[in-house]
Design a protein around this ligand. Sequence first.
Ligand code: PLP
Length: 388
Amino acid sequence: MIDRMAPIYLDHAATTPTRPEVLEAMWPFFADVYANPSSVYSAAAGPREAVERAHSMVAQVLNCRPGEIVFTGDGTEADNLAVLGTARALSSRGNHVITTRIEHDAVLRPCRQLEAEGFRVTYLPVCGDGSIDLDDLARALTPDTVLVSIMLANNEIGTVQPLAEIGQLVRSRGILLHTDAVQGAGTLPLDVQGLGVDLLSLSAHKIYGPKGVGALYIRRGTPLLPLIHGGGQERDRRSGTENVPGMVGMAVALALAADERGAEAERLTLLRDRLIDGVLAAVPGAHLTGHRTRRLPGHASFFLDGSTGESALVNLDVAGVSCSSGSACQAGSTDPSHVLTALGLSPQQAKNGLRMTLGRENTEAEVEYVVSILPRMVRDLQDMPARS
Ligand code: PLP
């Protein structure tokens, strides 16, 4: 039996620590190499080259052209730009958009905005494991459909969608396909030609890069209206003086993730499976959420019987383990998770989510520790008299 350990961070879907290599690459652009990339004097050449190199590095990982990458303020902005920017640009061709019920709010709320602007949006249901049914998608496509937005992998339940098959269905009809790849970027292949997508969103802080920078891949020729107007940076698709350190950091983080992807995904899958199997075997009333195998390598998620979700989190925190009930972006909300209710869970069950997401620094000993302390913790909570 392992004694109490140093703090264990199991919330990599919420955010990740910035890697030292990334910080090191960013540092000069906060210090000596600070000129505005748009300036004409020679000191601006360094920052300008850094911006160009960052586009090239991201493009190399995505297997696209540097000019097809637009850096944004975060993953949320990339999603907003993809959904609002393309739908508005295509409004004279059609007013129908398709997405799923389990998207992140960074996609769902722009879709609500489109509805307010007169678009019709179909929110596809998902199966009990979080996968979409391709027949549902095929039936939802209409001559008025201009955009389909389906996430690569879900942040709350880890389920990975069959993007390549979705791409064949959607793009063969000349409809644009966007994917929110924010959660998949660290561990899944991101080749946009293989995935068959026209737009793909990324966020640096989920892949050991800095917070406050994201990127959107926009296939050449895709109609898109910008959301931010100003000095015309990023080929006029996202104005504003470039966040040079952020772009550099994101590019380095993505390149490192791509280099290490195969081995790290394999290691995380083993750890994840040990965590899932250990929790399901030892914790009374624990149920897996999301697909058992077609899920993110480092992602384990459950719901617990007996109103113990939030309390389990607090007790785990006291024991030095940081994890979450669902999406960190909805922290503070007492509403049941829209993702878990979309799986068919009751509102009460959907408040009892427990998400543990593994990352680079987690070890087997840490997983064993969590598996060893959780059963008693949950049993004690279930034995407590229910609050009225
Ligand atoms: N999309 C998904 C699937 C996410 O998990 C998140 C963040 O949790 C976002 C978008 C938003 O990214 P950012 O935090 O960079 O705005």
